[in-house]
Design a protein around this ligand. Structure first.
Ligand code: NAD
Length: 329
């Protein structure tokens, strides 16, 4: 049996890197009036606030979470509010409360009010003891960052609420996401976004990871499509309720810089390694095995390196209108 179509949707963390693109995609698909964007601190862009219902929400406030879900008669939550890897290392206690109290508040409300919950995990849920190549769906998860610890705990909580209370929890382990709409919020793969803006504006970029640091990356269109396709998929086929491995492309900064240089000749990359973020990246897998997602709900990435670089330069050039942009962008 297929899942009923999503009808009334809440997106937490809607002003963030993923939310600012997932929310418009959901509004285009389900009707703007049926998708409530919830932001916190960061001001919403005019597109987000004016195009549909908007709420201010601190996910640590359990009553407020339940109140918004009940008031808007929400049946599906895309729970994106979180503190990401590098930011979390600077404030571990706050990262724990936002990432864990926020999630359990959502799960409690989902249990009481009967909603499905999408909760993204991350390649950060793995650690140095995990196999780094073709990382299996089920494997060792001993992360060495507070972000990773909250992600593994979040995966386990989603599993628990599904088994114990029948909450329809679903999730993916996102690789680093490459996008042009909203700058990323303090993750370890932020270089893969910054490099495009610097390439167009300055003609050069100083990367905080070393040239050969290989990590999984995914384009934002693929990341958004994955979230929607998973939430629309047949629940009977889902063998994993914590989070599915997702993979799209496994790249180093040097390889990404070469692909940009083929389009913007003269682009230069320099390296000034940030030891904190390098240590985080070195503890993460280089490529995940996403066979379970492919089998259970038909996951297929559409963007490879060449398509992603074309898409990013087009978006960045449209935003910045810089003379360095080639005509075809
Ligand atoms: P982001 O940092 O851009 O956005 C997160 C949002 O959460 C921000 O807009 C922030 O205002 C909000 N927030 C912070 N504290 C809050 C609170 N107390 N109450 C309510 N909102 C609060 O992050 P993102 O990249 O959009 O990530 C969304 C989710 O996807 C997170 O769970 C993240 O761990 C996961 N993820 C992201 C990536 C990536 O590359 N962007 C990769 C793997 C997993």
């Amino acid at each position: 049996m297929s899942r009923l179509p999503l009808r009334r949707i809440l997106v937490t963390g809607a002003t963030g890197q993923i939310g600012s693109e997932l929310t418009p995609a959901l509004r285009a698909r389900y009707g703007a009036e049926n998708v409530v964007a919830a932001g916190h601190r960061r001001e919403p862009g005019p597109q987000l606030a004016a195009a549909g219902p908007y709420e201010t929400l601190d996910v640590r406030d359990r009553q407020a979470v339940a109140g918004i879900i009940a008031h808007h008669r929400i049946d599906t939550v895309f729970h994106l509010a979180a503190i990401l890897s590098a930011s979390a290392e600077a404030k571990p206690a706050e990262a724990w409360t936002v990432n864990m109290d926020g999630l359990i508040n959502l799960l409690e409300a989902a249990r009481d009010l009967g909603c499905a919950v999408f909760h993204p995990s991350s390649i950060g849920a793995f650690g140095p003891d995990t196999p780094r190549f073709q990382t299996p769906q089920v494997t060792v998860q001993r992360p060495t960052t507070i972000y990773g610890i909250t992600k593994v705990s979040g995966e386990l909580l989603c599993d628990y609420y599904h088994r114990r209370f029948g909450v329809d929890t679903r999730g993916v382990r996102y690789p680093g996401i490459v996008s042009a709409e909203t700058m990323p919020g303090g993750g370890t793969t932020d270089y893969a976004v910054e490099i495009f803006f610097a390439a167009v504006r300055e003609g050069e970029y100083t990367c905080f990871l070393g040239p050969d640091t290989r990590l999984d990356l995914i384009s934002m269109p693929d990341a958004v499509r994955a979230a929607i396709e998973l939430m629309e998929s047949d629940p009977a086929r889902l063998r994993h309720r914590n989070a599915y491995n997702l993979s799209a492309m496994s790249l180093t900064p040097a390889e990404l810089a070469s692909a940009i240089r083929r389009r913007l000749p003269g682009f230069r990359i320099n390296y000034r390694v940030d030891p904190l973020r390098q240590a985080i990246a070195d503890s993460w897998p280089e490529r995940l095995d996403d066979a379970a997602a492919r089998t259970d709900w038909g996951w297929r990435p559409e963007d490879d390196l060449e398509r992603m670089v074309d898409y990013m330069l087009k978006r960045v050039c449209a935003k910045t209108d810089h003379p360095r942009c080639p005509d075809r962008f």
